[in-house]
Design a protein around this ligand. Structure first.
Ligand code: DC
Length: 233
């Protein structure tokens, strides 16, 4: 516990799509015995529920109602990040490219962001010791007073390669497939970085961690080293 601030330790990890945030943060949390909060999953869940209910992704009022219901009925498993909505585990639907694109679309809306803000803080602050929270605006908006801020990134080529590897389960991709994935990642980054509220941006006091040439295990090591250097463990 960070006694001076009367809250658990918070490490904010922001970065563009496909930079490896969720794999790195979840594994680092397992090693530390901390809680991992994947905030992108919450945006994805809301976008998914909207699609299921045929709510237009620019219908602010209807999305607001969905978020109110979601917040009330959400059951969240910090171990697996599983998201249960009205008794159903919807996690399996949230990894798709469509859910990511839809999430980015609704995330432009200031009302959506302000309604999801307390939920993100609440999930992290439930941790008895420490939490790593990943997203786009964690170090700038959700936890501007985080104990450590990291901006995780990688080159667009590397991010596309990793995404393809994940989607095709290790199979080799054609150059067209690679270009399509690159374009989709870049479109999402542009949308996330260009929005008026809480854009994707490196906080002034965040440490840049470029993982273009790092394997996942080395990235986890680096993150844990940064946490140790700050005496947070
Ligand atoms: O991290 P992710 O790729 O699962 O996030 C999906 C989208 O959700 C992302 O493109 C933008 C939005 N998002 C956001 O705006 N703010 C966050 N803190 C997390 C995600």
């Amino acid at each position: 516990m960070n006694q001076s601030k009367q809250r658990c330790i918070i490490v904010a990890v922001d970065g563009p799509a496909g930079s490896g945030k969720s794999s790195v943060c979840s594994k680092a949390c397992k090693r530390l015995g901390w809680t991992y909060v994947n905030t992108g999953f919450l945006y994805r869940a809301v976008a998914y529920i909207c699609r299921q209910r045929q709510v237009a992704l620019d219908d602010e009022q209807a999305i607001g109602t969905v978020i109110d219901e979601f917040t009330k009925s959400l059951v969240w498993d910090p171990e697996t990040q599983a998201v249960w909505f009205q008794g159903e585990n919807i996690s399996g639907h949230l990894y798709t490219d469509l859910a990511g694109k839809d999430a980015s679309l609704i995330a432009k809306n200031p009302l959506v962001r302000s309604k999801l803000l307390p939920l993100q803080r609440d999930l992290a602050l439930r941790s008895p010791v420490g939490a790593i929270v990943d997203g786009r605006d964690i170090g700038t908006v959700v936890f501007p007073d985080a104990d450590l801020k990291v901006f995780l990134t990688a080159s667009i080529d590397e991010r596309a390669r990793r995404r393809i590897h994940q989607l095709k389960d290790g199979e080799v991709a054609s150059s067209e497939e690679l270009e399509t994935i690159k374009a989709s990642i870049l479109a999402r980054d542009t949308q996330d970085a260009a929005r008026g509220v809480a854009p994707l941006i490196q906080a002034d006091d965040a440490i840049l961690l470029d993982t273009s040439h790092l394997k996942i295990d080395s990235t986890i090591e680096k993150l844990i080293e940064l946490i140790q250097e700050k005496n947070l463990v």
